[in-house]
Design a protein around this ligand. Structure first.
Ligand code: 5GP
Length: 175
């Protein structure tokens, strides 16, 4: 059976423009002579990270962490498990967590807690998408790309059963 074509919620152009704005906001918040260390959460944030850093003409470093998420379904188990840890430490660094979407907030609050324990100089969070109506934990996210309603979205890194990550836009499957 062929895959369903999602309905566009955010176009590639809207995403690109908003990410340029986010990159400028983040850059402005750190002195020019300080490095920013971006910690991207796999797999969903890989395109967001790629576009974000290309819109930040300053010294940045990157690392990756993977945590368990929805698996093959579209509802959260509420359980967060680390699958891949960072390659380097965070001591005295300006760390920005780069995440695809904040939904209940469980994943981010877990991540912020374990990364905070590694003594970064600063720790902030950038999320491309937020679904505020779904929040279970009041997690702090300094940089939010778009606030969206409670729909299951795919594309631009986000999957359904590992598919659709390659879409250049963000869409809804069952529109
Ligand atoms: P939370 O812990 O905030 O409930 O969920 C965060 C994770 O759930 C995200 O990193 C993402 O992997 C997954 N997730 C939440 N909402 C969506 C959605 O609408 N689409 C997709 N593809 N994943 C989602």
């Amino acid at each position: 059976m062929p895959d369903i074509t999602p309905t566009v919620m955010l176009s590639a152009e809207e995403i690109r423009d908003r990410i340029a704005g986010l990159a400028a906001e983040i850059s402005r918040d750190y002195p020019d002579d300080e490095e920013i260390h971006l910690v991207a959460i796999l797999k969903g944030a890989f395109l967001f990270l790629g576009d974000l850093i290309r819109a930040m003409p300053r010294t940045v470093t990157v690392d990756f962490m993977a945590v368990s998420s929805y698996g093959k379904g579209t509802s959260s188990s509420g359980e967060v498990r680390m699958i891949k840890d960072l390659d380097t430490g965070l001591e005295a660094r300006n760390v920005v967590i780069v995440e695809d979407i904040v939904d209940t907030g469980l994943t981010l609050s877990y991540l912020q807690e374990i990364l905070h324990a590694r003594n970064p100089k600063t720790l902030r969070t950038a999320c491309l998408l937020s679904k505020p109506s779904r929040r279970k934990i009041d997690v702090k996210v300094e940089y939010i790309g778009f606030s969206i309603e409670d729909r299951f979205v795919v594309g631009y890194g986000l999957d359904y059963a590992e598919k659709y990550r390659n879409l250049p836009y963000i869409g809804v499957l069952n529109a």
